[in-house]
Design a protein. Structure first.
Length: 239
């Protein structure tokens, strides 16, 4: 793994809404570090550097270092909140990590070889179910991304987590064989499903639906009353 990016870190002597607001005015982001049975550590980080790093898709799967009072502390981001209007980082939760412990980390998923999928060539659509996967993994072996090869996928095919060769030591938090993506769409050989009305109409000797004209030469429905002739005379009234 490449050397971790280091944030110049300051310890926070006070906490609370007012203190956090003042830090943001000074161009810093409040943060808290927890884990490994230690007391939570309240610090602040430069907002400019946090903004740049948090825009990366693998931000939550990256190990960083905090330079604090001459010491280097390895951490991984667990959560980050942004201002609803300015979209600037407002607070970060960080977790202590070491080379001997496994952490939960979200790793982005990318899909490759679209042009090698027969289903997509026929007009199918790639339905992406998972754009990231959460793993138990050692901080020194967190993969940058997981690749899903679409080669050979036909309409109706799916890719599941068990179809992939995962990086050594990376175990999905979700233990089921969950779906990553499917190729959907109507193929040329896909059977047409008949509706109940259509099936009834196709049945031999079926009577036409109410109000529908009878087919030429078709026998009248059982029990159907005959209409009187147009020139039939009405019976004379008895005197």
């Amino acid at each position: 793994m490449s050397e971790a990016f280091a944030f110049e870190t300051l310890k926070r002597e006070t906490t609370g809404t007012g203190s956090a607001r003042e830090l943001r005015r000074q161009g810093r982001v409040p943060a808290v570090v927890y884990g490994e049975g230690k007391e939570p550590l309240h610090v602040s980080l430069p907002i400019k550097e946090v903004t740049l790093k948090s825009n990366k898709k693998n931000f939550k799967s990256t190990v960083f270092e905090l330079n604090l009072d001459g010491k280097k502390i390895k951490v991984i981001p667990k959560d980050i909140t942004f201002h609803p209007v300015t979209d600037k980082p407002e607070h970060i939760d960080l977790q202590y990590v070491s080379d001997k412990t496994a952490v939960k980390a979200f790793v982005p998923v990318i899909y490759i070889n679209h042009v090698k999928s027969p289903g997509l060539k026929k007009g199918g659509v790639l339905n992406i179910v998972s754009r990231e996967i959460e793993f138990y993994v050692n901080p020194s072996n967190i993969p940058e991304q997981i690749e899903v090869d679409l080669s050979g996928m036909e309409i109706g095919n799916a890719k599941h987590i068990n179809d992939l060769k995962l990086p050594q030591g990376a175990k999905p938090v979700n233990k089921t064989n969950f779906t990553l993506a499917t190729v959907v769409g109507k193929g040329s050989d896909e059977p047409t499903v008949a509706t109940p009305d259509a099936a009834a109409a196709a049945a031999p000797g079926a009577a036409p639906a109410a109000g529908a004209p009878a087919a030429p030469g078709a026998a009248p429905a059982a029990g159907a009353a005959k209409a009187p002739a147009a020139d039939a005379k009405a019976p004379a009234a008895k005197k």
